[in-house]
Design a binder for this molecule. Structure first.
Ligand SMILES: *[C@@H]1O[C@H](CO)[C@@H](O)[C@H](O)[C@H]1NC(C)=O
Ligand SMILES: *[C@@H]1O[C@H](CO)[C@@H](O)[C@H](O)[C@H]1NC(C)=O
Ligand SMILES: *[C@@H]1O[C@H](CO)[C@@H](O)[C@H](O)[C@H]1NC(C)=O
Ligand SMILES: *[C@@H]1O[C@H](CO)[C@@H](O)[C@H](O)[C@H]1NC(C)=O
Ligand SMILES: *[C@@H]1O[C@H](CO)[C@@H](O)[C@H](O)[C@H]1NC(C)=O
Length: 402
């Protein structure tokens, strides 16, 4: 039936165009002369604009000189023939499209989120795609655990991970040229604890990491986080997981449901409201959903204000409402809430023992993983202060396997 109707419509369209063609045969001459005038106009326009273009391009080249210089330096190492054909910045290359090496850019958040939301329609990739884990560090300044992370990444396959740092906008991480953390700071903005700017920073990290098409899993970490397993274990745990790990639960207390605002109705009801730790792990599909959402983000920005913390509610609630089946609803970042305090406990040098790390790795309790049971519930842990570094470095090879 539907097919027939489509055909009818096509027939009618054909008939009517034939009819009007006959009717207007007299004005055909008129049409041709109009066309000639139009074509001449276009040619004159093109000739004059090419002069203007050349002028503009020249200006543009001067402005972007530093950029293209750096780009050509990076590409000349692996693909000298590419540079010969194409030294300019606007030259299209698959390398810089699928995996931008220079993390610096001048895009606004709006431009960045839009670009990062692009999804290829073609299933095969025209390059060897090794799925990567993006380690995204949301930090304020120095990273006391840096030597531990350097050891964690040492000797690992560079194709299997990438690192992104969101810092204070004026902070400059001083690391040596051969460090895996060198040149991994993304264009950052100020973050105010407890405000929506924290969610903005998380989205900024996600969007910058999404620009690399090989990034498949996205882990959010802080400067006080440590890995409690080695890279190969963490890599396969994440890459092989059918779920993302975002803490998301209903907390009936005033610290959960108490932070809900009735102004969010009817788009978000109290029954939809969820809470969870901000330290998420997301699959690429969900990362794209989160940076693409405007509607619910705006509601949180408007109505989730102190003492409502958008970073603890926006992503857990949004995923629960629309993508719950893709979420494990638990976090893979351990934190100690055993002491009664508004903040979780910090670990200092005195607290670091083999048994502490061992118990975080495996506490005899089970978690679900791909619909089965596993003894590995946590891959990372927080909050460790600077004094914990040395004793932790002493334990890595014996306990953590790196
Ligand atoms: C960076 O570190 C090097 C070596 O540790 C040191 O010599 C240099 O002064 C540092 N630079 C800044 C800006 O802190
Ligand atoms: C997580 O919660 C959602 C509801 O938000 C549910 O549909 C899903 O099955 C849960 N995930 C697991 C692994 O139990
Ligand atoms: C660390 O050790 C100190 C001193 O023994 C203790 O007071 C504190 O509760 C410990 N912290 C944690 C998180 O266990
Ligand atoms: C391990 O389990 C015990 C008993 O359930 C609990 O007291 C302890 O805090 C847990 N430790 C960790 C690191 O999860
Ligand atoms: C680290 O290990 C070395 C050698 O085993 C030892 O001398 C040192 O005291 C340890 N440091 C800490 C902070 O545990």
């Amino acid at each position: 039936m539907a097919k027939n109707r489509e055909k009818d419509d096509a027939d009618r369209g054909f008939n009517s165009s034939v009819m009007t063609g006959v009717d207007s045969s007299i004005s055909l001459l008129k049409l041709i002369s109009t066309l000639i005038v139009f074509v001449v106009g276009v040619v004159i326009g093109l000739v004059s604009s090419s002069h203007i273009n050349r002028y503009l391009t020249f200006q543009d080249d001067r402005f972007t000189f530093t950029h293209s210089y750096i780009d050509s330096l990076q590409f000349s190492v692996e693909t000298p023939q590419l540079e010969a054909q194409c030294g300019r910045e606007d030259c299209l290359s698959i390398e810089s499209f699928i995996s931008p090496r220079n993390l610096n850019h001048g895009m606004t958040d709006g431009e960045l989120f839009w670009r990062a939301s692009m999804v290829p329609q073609k299933e095969e990739f025209p390059f060897k795609k090794v799925p990567r884990v993006a380690f995204m560090f949301l930090t304020r300044g120095p990273m006391p655990m840096l030597p531990l992370w350097e050891r964690f990444f040492k000797g690992q396959d560079l194709e299997k991970y990438s690192i992104y740092l969101h810092t204070h906008p004026r902070f400059d991480l001083n690391v040596t040229k051969d460090s895996v953390f060198n040149n991994r700071q993304i264009p950052s903005q100020g973050v105010e604890w407890g405000s929506v700017s924290l969610v903005d920073a998380e989205k900024r990290l996600l969007a910058n990491a999404l620009l690399d098409f090989s990034n498949e899993r996205f882990v959010l970490l802080s400067e006080s986080c440590i890995p409690v397993y080695n890279f190969p274990v963490i890599y396969s745990y994440l890459i092989e997981s059918t779920h993302s790990f975002v803490d998301s639960y209903d907390d009936p207390s005033r610290y959960g449901r108490g932070r809900y605002s009735r102004s969010m109705r009817p788009d978000i009801n109290l029954a939809d409201w969820r809470k969870g730790s901000q330290w998420f792990e997301l699959h690429r599909t969900l990362a794209i959903k989160i940076i693409s959402d405007t509607k619910y983000y705006r509601i949180f920005k408007k109505y989730c204000r102190p003492s409502c913390y958008p970073d603890e509610h926006y992503i857990p609630t949004y995923l629960h409402m629309f993508h719950g089946s893709l979420n494990a609803n638990r976090t893979i970042t351990y934190v100690d809430w055993s002491q009664i305090a508004p903040h979780p406990a910090s670990f200092s040098a005195v607290n670091i023992t083999e048994s502490l790390i061992q118990s975080i790795r495996n506490n005899g309790t089970f978690c679900s993983y791909n619909s089965e049971k596993t003894q590995i519930c946590y891959l990372f842990a927080r909050k460790f202060d600077a004094s914990a570094l040395e004793p932790l470095l002493n334990l890595t090879s014996k306990i953590m396997g790196f």
